[in-house]
Design a binder for this molecule. Structure first.
Ligand code: BES
Ligand code: ZN
Ligand code: ZN
Length: 481
C-alpha cells in the first residue's frame, strides 16, 4: 500500500473514496452528514459507516462517513481502528485508492501515525493459499492534513511499524509444513540482508557445544533441525551503554510432544512461533527507524513433535546455565527453549531482556484475548515496557511474580520442574523463565491470548495480530538511561 500525505480540502482530493469522521454529539454538516443525523441514520457511534456517491462539490466519486464516537474518547487507538475499518470496508467493494481526513483537532503525529498503521494493518489478509481469493487490495492510502501540518516523519514511522507488524503476521500465518525452523532462519537472513542487520544462525552442533540441553531436548522429537537465530542491530551512535535483548519463542508447531495435545484445535499451534515472528518484525522496524540503542534478537526455533527420539516425561535435561530441569510435561516446551536463549542472550552481553511467547493457556484464562500478560523481575523495566505498550495501543496488564510462587516448581530429582501444577499456570511459567534471566532486568510478555484473533474484527482480519511488535519498537525508540 503506497502511503502519502495530502494538504488540500477533502473535497478536492482525487481518490476512489475519501473518508470523513463523524463525531457523536458534534454536528457535522458537510457531505450531508447533518441530514443523516436528523434522519436517525447515523449518530457518530464508533465504526458506524455510511457510503455516499457523487456528492456535488466533491471530486472523489465516494465519500465514506465513519462514526468516531465521543470526541473526548477519541484517541490514537480509536483512530487506528477507524482507519482499519474504513480500509476493510472499501477494499471489500474494490476501491483502490483512499484518502482519510484527520481534521484540525487530530492533526498530530500520534493520530496521523495511528491512521496509517490502521490502514496498513486493515489491508492484511491471511488468505494467500486460497487459489480463488478475490485479490482485492487497496493500492494507496493518503492522510489528508491541514495546510502547514508537518507530519511526514510520523506518517513514515507509522508505515514502517505497520509493515513490520504485517511481516510478522505473514510469518505466523504460514503453516508448519511451509515454515520449518530452517525456513524461519532463511527468512531472517533475507530480512537482515534487506534491512542492514547482522544475522547469525546457530545450528544443532553449535548448540550442543554451548550445552543448550533444554532447547535440544525439545527439538529431538522432530525430524526438523532446530536453529537459534541471532539478529544484531548496532546504532550509529549509542545514547547509553544499555544493550537490549529480545527473545522470542519460535515453536513452528506445537503438537505437545509425548504429552500430546488434543486434536481439536491443534491446527492453530502453527502460531506458536508468534513471539519469534514478533521479534523479527520488531528488528525489521528498528533497522529502519534506527534508535540510539543496541538491540539484539534471539529466536530459538524448534518443532515440538512426538517422534521416536522425542524426550519423555521424567527426562532430566541441563540448560546452558547448568541448572537441571525435570521435564514433567513435554507440552511445556516454550519455557525450555527460552531458558537457553535467555542464558545465551546474557552471555552475549545483553543488559536488559524482553521475551515474548505464546507461553500458556493459563494467561488466556486470566486475561482473555484482550490483554498481553506482563511479568517482570525489575520495577523500572516493567514500567518501561508498560509505557511503551500504552503508547503503542497494545493493551498489556501486569501480573504478579512473587517469590512464594517458586515453590510450585519444586522437583524431587532436579533443580526445578518444567511445570507447576494446576493453578497459576501463567505465573509459574514466568517464574521458570525468571530462573534463567537471573539478575538481569527482564520482562516476559505472554501473548498466547492476543497473538491470534479467532474472529475477524471490522478493522482486522481473522488470524495473526502481530502483537507485540509496536510495543517492542516503541521500547527501543523511547529508551533513556
Ligand atoms: N503453546 C502452548 C501454549 C498455548 C496454549 C498457546 C493455547 C496458545 C494457546 C504451550 O506450549 C503449552 O502447551 N502450554 C501448556 C503448559 C502446561 C503443560 C503446563 C498449557 O498452557 O496448557
Ligand atoms: Zn506446548
Ligand atoms: Zn508451545
Amino acid at each position: 500500500m503506497r502511503i502519502s500525505i495530502e494538504r488540500k480540502p477533502l473535497e478536492q482530493v482525487a481518490a476512489d473514496a475519501v473518508v470523513a469522521l463523524v463525531f457523536e454529539g458534534r454536528r457535522e454538516e458537510r457531505f450531508g452528514a447533518g441530514d443523516l443525523l436528523d434522519a436517525g441514520e447515523m449518530a457518530g457511534k464508533p465504526l458506524e459507516m455510511t457510503l455516499l456517491h457523487h456528492l456535488s462539490g466533491v471530486l472523489s466519486q465516494r465519500v465514506l462517513l465513519v462514526g468516531a464516537g465521543k470526541p473526548e474518547k477519541f484517541d490514537p487507538a480509536e483512530m487506528r481502528k477507524l482507519a482499519g475499518a474504513a480500509v476493510r470496508r472499501l477494499k471489500s467493494i474494490g476501491v483502490k485508492s483512499i484518502a482519510l481526513e484527520l481534521g484540525p483537532d487530530h492533526a498530530s503525529g500520534d493520530f496521523a501515525g495511528a491512521a496509517v498503521e490502521g490502514a496498513i494493518l486493515g489491508g492484511f489478509e491471511p488468505d494467500r493459499y486460497k487459489t480463488d481469493n478475490d485479490k482485492k487490495s487497496v493500492d494507496s492510502f493518503a492522510v489528508v492534513v491541514p495546510e502547514g501540518a508537518n507530519l511526514d516523519d510520523a506518517v513514515e514511522r507509522g508505515r514502517v511499524v505497520a509493515e513490520a507488524q504485517n511481516y510478522a503476521r505473514g510469518l505466523v500465518n504460514e503453516p508448519a509444513n511451509r515454515l520449518t525452523p530452517s525456513l524461519v532462519a532463511d527468512a531472517a537472513r533475507a530480512m537482515a540482508a534487506e534491512c542492514g542487520l547482522e544475522c547469525e544462525v546457530l545450528d544443532r552442533g553449535q548448540m550442543e557445544e554451548l550445552k543448550m540441553g533444554a532447547l535440544l531436548g525439545v527439538a529431538q522429537g522432530s525430524a526438523e533441525l532446530p536453529v537459534l537465530i541471532v539478529l544484531r542491530y548496532r546504532p550509529s551512535e549509542a545514547a547509553s551503554s544499555a544493550h537490549l535483548g529480545l527473545v522470542g519463542k519460535g515453536v513452528t508447531f506445537d503438537s505437545g510432544g509425548i504429552s500430546i495435545k488434543p486434536s481439536d484445535g491443534m491446527e492453530k499451534m502453527k502460531y506458536d512461533m508468534a513471539g519469534g515472528a514478533a521479534m523479527l518484525g520488531a528488528m525489521r522496524a528498528i533497522a529502519q527507524i534506527r534508535p540510539a540503542l543496541q538491540v539484539t534478537a534471539f529466536i530459538p526455533c524448534v518443532e515440538n513433535m512426538p517422534g521416536g527420539r522425542a524426550q519423555r516425561p521424567g527426562d532430566i535435561v541441563a540448560a546452558m546455565s547448568g541448572k537441571t530441569i525435570e521435564v514433567i510435561n513435554t507440552d511445556a516446551e516454550g519455557r525450555l527453549i527460552l531458558a537457553d536463549a535467555l542464558v545465551y542472550a546474557r552471555k552475549q552481553g545483553c543488559t536488559h531482556l524482553v521475551d515474548t511467547a505464546t507461553l500458556t493457556g493459563a494467561i488466556v484464562v486470566a486475561l482473555g484475548h484482550l490483554n498481553v500478560g506482563l511479568f517482570a523481575n525489575d520495577d523500572a523495566m516493567r514500567d518501561r515496557v508498560l509505557q511503551a505498550a500504552r503508547a503503542s495501543g497494545e493493551r498489556t496488564w501486569p501480573m504478579p511474580l512473587e517469590d512464594d510462587y517458586k515453590e510450585y516448581l519444586k522437583s524431587a530429582f532436579a533443580d526445578l520442574a518444567n511445570v507447576g501444577g494446576r493453578w497459576g499456570g501463567a505465573i509459574t511459567a514466568a517464574w521458570f523463565l525468571k530462573e534463567f534471566a537471573e539478575e538481569t532486568p527482564w520482562v516476559h510478555l505472554d501473548i498466547a491470548g492476543t497473538a491470534w484473533l479467532d474472529e475477524s474484527k471490522p478493522y482486522l482480519a481473522k488470524g495473526p495480530t502481530g502483537i507485540p511488535v509496536r510495543t517492542l519498537v516503541r521500547l527501543a525508540e523511547d529508551w533513556k538511561e
